[in-house]
Design a protein around this ligand. Structure first.
Ligand SMILES: NC(=O)c1ccc[n+]([C@@H]2O[C@H](COP(=O)([O-])OP(=O)(O)OC[C@H]3O[C@@H](n4cnc5c(N)ncnc54)[C@H](O)[C@@H]3O)[C@@H](O)[C@H]2O)c1
Length: 270
């Protein structure tokens, strides 16, 4: 699961040819405790690998228990401190269970990455209320519950930080993505508000705004997805998003809160 796909190159070769350029050498997160949702695979697994590589103890949360256990096991095989937790982000009870597990062992949480997300492509006229509610409950209510539940542990943490994974379809619209785009736009509002309310606790809150990324979520996308509209002409490798998350949660971003880090190959610049 944590094995990254080979780095893709666009036509101008503007991808680092040397993977060490995006593999971590800094150890900015030693002694930090991190919880990453949706970490069984895709970007979440890449975030877990990157944060662990930088020294963090990582909790990988997901509903794909088999994949999640396997990903955590692969990290432990590399010598990292990694634990899988079953956590449906739309379930308050699951969040409370995760709270108990982390509280019992550490009594604090330094990093929360609200990465779990789902998508369903349907034209607005045909969208069902059930799908609308499910997408909002995972993509928006999930991070809300996560932040709210974890506030006491984050307050006890060291220069704590939250990253919420939005999307280019948060700031922009996209045909067929009414529920998804609404959830991701809402997440930007949640991010800004949480940043304002938690600043006095020393907790920074930022949003990650990925463009197209090579992960299983895109399996159902039409051929190429957003690639034709992406100036860099390719999807990102999950490791490129993980590098941005590692920056946001590190002390290198100590004055960065309430903002959006766009990692989209130029999509939103058009
Ligand atoms: N891949 C892209 O092109 C892209 C672009 C912009 C934003 N995003 C966002 O990035 C995030 C990560 O997605 P990805 O690209 O790695 O796709 P992915 O499908 O590989 O990963 C999403 C993970 O979230 C998990 N998940 C789904 N519902 C959950 C729930 N209720 N509770 C806990 N975990 C749950 C899935 O099991 C999966 O492991 C998502 O929020 C997605 O919306 C992805």
């Amino acid at each position: 699961m944590v094995t990254m796909t080979p780095h893709s190159f666009n036509r101008k070769g503007n991808m680092p040819t040397d993977p060490s350029l995006i593999d971590p050498s800094p150890r900015r997160l030693v002694d930090r405790v991190a919880l990453i949702t949706g970490a069984a695979r895709g970007q979440g697994a890449a975030h877990a690998l990157r944060l662990a590589n930088e020294g963090a103890t990582v909790y990988l949360a997901d509903v794909l228990d088999e994949d999640g256990q396997k990903t955590a096991e692969e990290l432990r095989a590399k010598g990292f401190d990694a634990t899988y937790l079953h956590l449906d982000v739309s379930s308050p009870d699951d969040w409370h269970r995760a709270y108990e597990v982390i509280d019992t062992r550490f009594g604090r949480l330094d990093i929360l990455v609200n990465n779990a997300g789902i998508v369903r492509v349907t034209k607005l006229a045909e969208e069902s209320l059930e799908t609308w509610n499910r997408i909002l409950s995972v993509n928006l209510t999930g991070p809300f519950l996560g932040i709210q539940t974890m506030i006491p542990l984050l307050r006890a943490g060291t220069r704590s930080s939250i990253v919420n994974t939005s999307s280019i379809f948060g700031p922009s619209g996209a045909i067929g993505y009414a529920s998804y785009a609404s959830s991701k736009a809402g997440l930007l509002g949640l991010t800004r508000t949480a940043a304002l309310e938690l600043a006095s606790d020393g907790i920074r809150v930022n949003a990650l705004v990925p463009g197209g990324v090579n992960t299983p979520i895109n399996a159902a996308e039409p051929e190429g997805g957003v690639v034709p509209e992406t100036p860099l002409g390719r999807r990102a490798d999950p490791a490129e998003l993980a590098a941005a998350v590692a920056y946001l949660v590190s002390d290198d971003a100590s004055f960065v809160t309430g903002t959006e880090l766009v990692v989209d190959g130029g999509f939103l610049a058009r």
